[in-house]
Design a binder for this molecule. Sequence first.
Ligand SMILES: CC(C)(COP(=O)(O)OP(=O)(O)OC[C@H]1O[C@@H](n2cnc3c(N)ncnc32)[C@H](O)[C@@H]1OP(=O)(O)O)[C@@H](O)C(=O)NCCC(=O)NCCS
Length: 165
Amino acid sequence: MDHFSTTRLTAERLNESHLADLVTLHLDAEVSRYLGGVRAPEVTKTYLATNMAHWDQHGFGLWTLRTKEGAFAGRAGIRHILVDDIDEIEISYAFTRACWGRGFASEIATALTEIGLSKLALASLIGIVYAGNVASRRVLEKSNYLLERSTIRHGNDVVIYRKRR
Ligand SMILES: CC(C)(COP(=O)(O)OP(=O)(O)OC[C@H]1O[C@@H](n2cnc3c(N)ncnc32)[C@H](O)[C@@H]1OP(=O)(O)O)[C@@H](O)C(=O)NCCC(=O)NCCS
């Protein structure tokens, strides 16, 4: 599923041509606040390679998002993540600041959940969020993810939400 679209966004499977947009996104301190902090360009280059390899290995992963006008809006996807040594599958999303507060994250979370639970027939999906990231918690709650537990990840307090098929 290399492409999909929602009402207001188009999604394209991550590829090398997205590096510059991802570097800019990850250099924004506000965007990266709840993503482990600002990432240097070299770190994002490795991130891109890792996430392209995820696609090759699993047949799903991250997509780059654009508005219907073609402007880069962010990235989102479905991917494996080790949480306290357990292999989970999470939904993930991050938008450029210009795109915040317009319901885009809610729109993409709905689409990712449908892809993960219906098309890919995964048993469940999680969302893992810094406890203080109120907007992202709201996104998951609006998509009917249930709060499961709290834990500490890389030294940060996080909460885990889950939605089952
Ligand atoms: C978190 C993020 C994805 C939210 O995206 P968004 O498109 O602005 O979210 P939406 O417009 O769909 O809003 C979702 C809900 O959160 C609420 N919300 C948005 N910002 C908020 C804030 N700062 N505080 C409290 N609630 C907030 C909205 O009002 C909305 O709830 P409502 O529909 O009940 O009114 C976006 O801010 C972002 O990309 N942040 C940086 C990366 C990130 O943190 N990603 C998530 C990692 S888990």
